[in-house]
Design a protein around this ligand. Structure first.
Ligand SMILES: [Zn+2]
Length: 265
């Protein structure tokens, strides 16, 4: 599931594959960019902000010297892959390809991307300025994240943690796992969560621990079927108390929790 750590990893893949490279070709397969050609453009850097990817480039034709940003969002199923020239693009079916960027050393292929847009870097804030503090960003600000969460006292903590305007990077997996580890029911109103700072701090540590690998684990185990406490484990016994894990809709997403370890519904 693409959450903050996955997007951070993806930004690093693109950084290694393309940073400093002059593009030898591009192929956009979305209507809004179908006429765009990035041949000759230089990739400056790749960055992530919450769950948004920002590929910053310079254009040889742009005499103003300004940078441009190719923005993409992975949502639930998007992915970028870097291939060696000539390597088969095997990650996903071809009909899911939204963009191909070619450089002398690598080919980056974006699958099922959302919100693809090419904008002046100076205008990035128009796409990501609404985001709360980025859990994996260089300016991570836990106090500000707590302040933003606390500004929604009557919302459920399960929904507030997913709201990227409060803090950027937590998706459904980390939401479920953090709340299990804190012993807090996802339906608890924000005002009744005993230690918001502890909750936010744990979310940051869990995401940070999964940087640099593609298997997301909150348990410390990378073995298949053992990587989470509650997420994806409906009806299986809680690893702590043996109670069957439950799954229900909460807002627009499903949530998993242990009714014994996370009481107070
Ligand atoms: Zn339990």
């Amino acid at each position: 599931m693409p959450e903050g750590d996955t997007v951070w990893n993806t930004a690093r893949v693109l950084q290694r594959a393309l940073a400093g490279a002059r593009l030898t070709g591009s192929d956009f397969r979305v209507p809004q960019l179908a006429a765009t050609d990035l041949t000759g453009w230089t990739v400056r850097e790749s960055a992530s902000r919450g769950k948004h990817l920002l590929l910053r480039l310079t254009s040889p034709a742009d005499q103003s010297g300004r940078d441009w940003t190719l923005h993409s969002h992975l949502r639930m199923e998007g992915a970028w892959r870097a291939y060696a020239p000539g390597e088969r693009w095997a990650a996903r079916p071809a009909h899911l390809i939204r963009v191909v960027l070619r450089s002398p050393g690598a080919v980056a292929v974006g699958y099922h991307l959302h919100e693809l847009a090419l904008i002046p870097t100076a205008e990035e804030e128009s796409l990501v300025g609404h985001l709360g503090p980025d859990l994996l960003g260089p300016n991570w600000d836990p106090d500000e994240a707590v302040r933003r969460l606390a500004a929604h006292p009557d919302e459920t903590i399960g929904e507030a943690l997913l709201d990227q305007r409060n803090l950027a990077g937590v998706g459904n997996l980390y939401k479920c796992e953090v709340l299990f580890l804190r012993g807090v029911s996802p339906w608890t109103p924000v005002r009744a969560v005993p230690d918001l700072a502890g909750t936010v701090g744990l979310a940051q540590r869990l995401l940070a621990a999964n940087r640099g690998r593609w298997t997301q684990s909150t348990t410390g185990s990378l073995h298949r079927g053992q990587t989470s406490y509650v997420y994806g484990r409906r009806a299986q016994p809680c690893r702590r108390c043996g109670t069957a894990i439950r799954k229900e809709e909460l807002g627009e997403r499903v949530t998993y929790w242990c009714p014994a370890c996370q009481p107070d519904r």
